[in-house]
Write a protein that binds this ligand. Structure first.
Ligand code: ADP
Ligand code: MG
Length: 741
């Protein structure tokens, strides 16, 4: 039975203006065992016939039968399978992957058909031996002569172990000696196969051919049996298997590394794009996340670059705890004597010889300043400071006094102790418009800088908390109480809303709510005076002097709330407000107490964040598209140069999905490596370049994951697009085009 049969098959080439005939009404039956020589002048349709037979090209009229069965219902995938299973190709322009060695070219065919792993290499070497290229097996194909290339291609065609070998002018570009060798090799392998050789020089094959077909103007004008062909029983072939992932990976890596210059170029481009997009991305995230944050006024004197941590039990930090804090990626430096930062109190800065003054929002170490963030120099001596540009009345060289609490330049209020911290010389100006004073590291490292120092604000706050939450249990009721502002009175307590009986000396119990963390109580005997039962609320006032005494004694019980010195307060210098918030999230709040501007969430803020995210997303998408178009153009050019290679892959049996997976894998590998390199480089640069450093602090693991996924998908998509383009053209179109180039 014939293996392939053509019945009235015609093929036309249609271009926009013209239709040219490739071949007309061809009737032909070919069987295994034949060695068919196709001759005819140029343009007579030889190639067309071969391409149709081998399923490389489509045809218009007639029918092609395989094993006697129609093929009109064949899909592209069916034809691919057909080619992959039955046809080995040898073309005139030695379709060989130039960047591969001879061995790799031959191995490729074996790998694609899923040839047994262990014997693959031996089989390839055997075939290379057969075509006489053993000495050249490790040479790159691009370095071979025409004859050698053609023989390598034959070895590869053989590797496929398919019943049909089609060779389109395999000796067209060879000198006669090489041509002879090639034909000899074709003959050697022709036993039990169908070999169809196109040649314009019949003499080259006259010794071997079992059949001669001559074409003219797209028609067969002569079909002559020369000698009997071998009788071979056609067997159904096993279908090519799917490539295992590891083989695919090996292909991808081999492809990448077989063109090292291209690889480096593509990688550099990827890295460039990924860094630019990462930085733009982080900038957008920074913007969105800053909107989501708002500094509360709970601890007004703690700047966004400083996190104060204290243990709830007040004990000292162990070295392990300190190390754990210092190792957080948002922490730039750690100061054990956090109290030295005066963070618990509002400071006041005033010029000694002029009238300049201003509030200080917080203090920091000058070491936290980056070189480009300030003018002048960093403070070294104990009495040198850097101040922020907010204090416009001060300049480098000025002498200023810094005090705690509301200390105006004309001196402390009567009821306040002199809380001057010291006199300092301004040696540098922080260019940012904020209210921060930067002390030298030497200054802040002093262990007992603030001795017996009271945080006046905090003490007042505590005092008001006690006073505002004072109640008295009296006569079975709970009364709120306050200070009697009236003139001196004979009675200790004056009651409103009481039952008018219990005047005189009474035992009463005072207590406060747990507003300040401790439930304070106080009891004693007091003379209850005037009582007004008509009054709507139960309210008591206490004689001014005894009230003050009582409050002071209660205040003394909670000294730890406002005494600054001897507190085991650790100060952490963080990379920004966002970093500070991220750091706090990692801390165990059962153990630690943190002083830092709180992150307030509100419906408006949530909406703003949502809105900002949306804008950021739009911007990122547009910017991403812009970068994409650049990468796409470059990738397309690089990929176009590989079109021929892919056509070769297809001609030796790789199907669309296999190649799709291969290109995608290559792209993904490149994106992945590019991404990892970029992130490593950015993180290294972050330590040296402030801009990158401040930007990168906003990058969370989730963001890395998002970017990573985006780039992988991007790479995969590029691969997919290219694959589609490749498969828009038939193999033969691609090969013809690459021949013309
Ligand atoms: P041969 O291989 O014998 O030289 P071909 O099969 O290549 O002949 O070509 C047969 C005819 O079909 C020629 O007239 C040629 O111009 C035309 N032809 C071949 N390929 C194409 C093509 N891709 N587009 C248009 N016409 C083509
Ligand atoms: Mg031709």
């Amino acid at each position: 039975m014939s293996f392939i049969r053509l019945e009235h098959v015609s093929k036309y080439y249609k271009s926009e203006e013209t239709v040219s005939v490739g071949m007309k009404r061809i009737n032909l039956a070919l069987a295994l065992g034949e060695f068919v020589a196709v001759t005819g002048e140029s343009g007579s349709g030889k190639s067309t016939l071969l391409n149709v037979i081998s399923g490389l090209d489509s045809y218009e009229d007639g029918e092609l039968y395989l094993f006697g069965e129609e093929t009109s219902h064949y899909t592209i995938a069916d034809w691919e399978r057909y080619r992959g299973t039955y046809i080995g190709f040898v073309f005139q322009n030695y379709n060989i992957i130039d960047s591969y060695t001879v061995l790799q070219n031959v191995l490729l065919a074996l790998e694609i058909q899923g040839y047994d792993r262990k014997n693959r290499r031996n089989r390839a070497l055997e075939l290379i031996e057969k075509v006489g290229l053993t000495s050249h097996k490790h040479h790159k194909a691009s370095k071979l002569s025409g004859g050698q290339k053609q023989r390598a291609v034959i070895a590869r065609a053989l590797a496929k172990d398919c019943p049909v070998i089609v060779a389109d002018e395999p000796t067209g570009n060879l000198d006669s000696a090489s041509a002879k060798q090639v034909m000899q090799v074709l003959h050697d392998i022709s036993k039990d196969k169908l070999v169809v050789v196109v040649t314009h020089d019949y003499a080259q094959v006259s010794d071997y051919a079992t059949r001669k077909i001559k074409m003219h103007d797209g028609e067969i004008v002569e079909d002559k049996k020369i000698k009997p062909a071998q009788d071979v029983v056609a067997t159904e072939r096993v279908k090519p298997r799917k490539l295992p992932p590891l083989t695919l990976l090996r292909f991808a890596l081999r492809n990448l590394f077989s063109t090292p210059k291209k690889l480096v170029f593509m990688m550099l481009m990827q890295i460039l794009v990924i860094s630019v997009l990462s930085i733009v991305f982080t900038n957008q995230m920074a913007w969105v996340r800053e909107i989501g944050l708002e500094q509360s006024r709970v601890f007004p004197s703690v700047p966004e670059t400083r996190v104060l941590v204290e243990k709830r039990d007040g004990s000292a930090f162990s070295s392990t705890e300190l190390a754990a804090l210092a190792s957080n990626r948002h922490v730039r430096s750690l100061h054990e004597h956090g109290v030295n930062f005066y963070n618990q109190s509002r400071l006041f800065i005033q010029s000694v010889d002029g009238f300049g003054y201003g509030w200080v929002e917080g203090t920091d170490t000058a070491a936290s300043l980056a070189r480009n963030e300030f003018e002048g120099r960093l403070p070294e001596a104990l009495d040198e400071i850097v101040i922020s540009a907010y204090y416009r009345s001060f300049q480098v060289g000025d002498t200023v006094r810094i005090a705690m609490g509301s200390y105006w330049f004309w001196g402390p209020d009567e009821d306040e102790e002199d809380s001057t911290i010291g006199t300092f010389t301004v040696v540098g100006i922080d260019k940012r418009d904020r209210q921060i004073v930067y002390f030298s590291e030497t200054y802040l490292a002093q262990p007992d800088l603030i001795e017996d120092m009271v945080d006046i604000n905090k003490r007042n706050e505590t005092r008001y908390a006690i006073m505002g939450n004072m109640t008295i249990d009296y006569d079975g009721f709970t009364y709120y109480m306050g200070r009697n502002h009236g003139p001196a009175q004979a009675y200790d307590l004056v009651v409103q809303g009481c039952s008018p009986v219990d005047q005189g000396l009474q035992h009463v119990q005072f207590s406060t709510n747990t507003i300040i963390g401790t439930n304070l109580t106080h009891s004693g005997h007091y003379t209850i005076g005037y009582c007004d039962p008509e009054f709507e609320y139960r309210y008591m006032t206490m004689r001014g002097d005894i009230f003050d005494d009582m409050i002071n004694s209660l205040l003394a019980q909670v000294e730890h709330e406002y005494l600054i010195h001897r507190r085991n307060l650790v100060s952490l210098s963080v990379d920004g407000y966002y970093g500070g918030n991220q750091l706090i999230r990692t801390l165990d709040m059962e153990t630690y107490k943190v002083y830092y501007p709180a992150n307030i969430s509100s419906p408006l803020r949530d909406f703003l964040v949502f809105f900002a995210s949306l804008l950021a997303l739009i911007f990122l998408t547009l910017f991403g598209l812009f970068l994409y178009s650049i990468v796409h153009a470059v990738t397309r050019n690089v990929m176009n140069a590989r079109k021929k290679d892919f056509a070769i892959y297809r001609s030796i049996g790789a199907n669309q999905s296999m190649l799709a997976r291969l290109v995608i894998l290559e792209q993904v590998l490149m994106s992945m490596t590019g991404f990892v390199i970029t992130i490593i480089v950015l993180n290294i640069l972050a330590n040296n370049i402030t801009y990158i450093g401040t930007t990168i602090q906003y990058m969370e693991n989730r963001d890395y994951a998002i970017l990573f996924t985006a780039f992988i998908l991007f790479g995969a998509w590029l691969g997919l697009r290219f694959n589609k383009r490749v498969f828009k053209q038939s193999v033969i179109e691609t090969l013809t085009a690459s021949r013309e180039e």
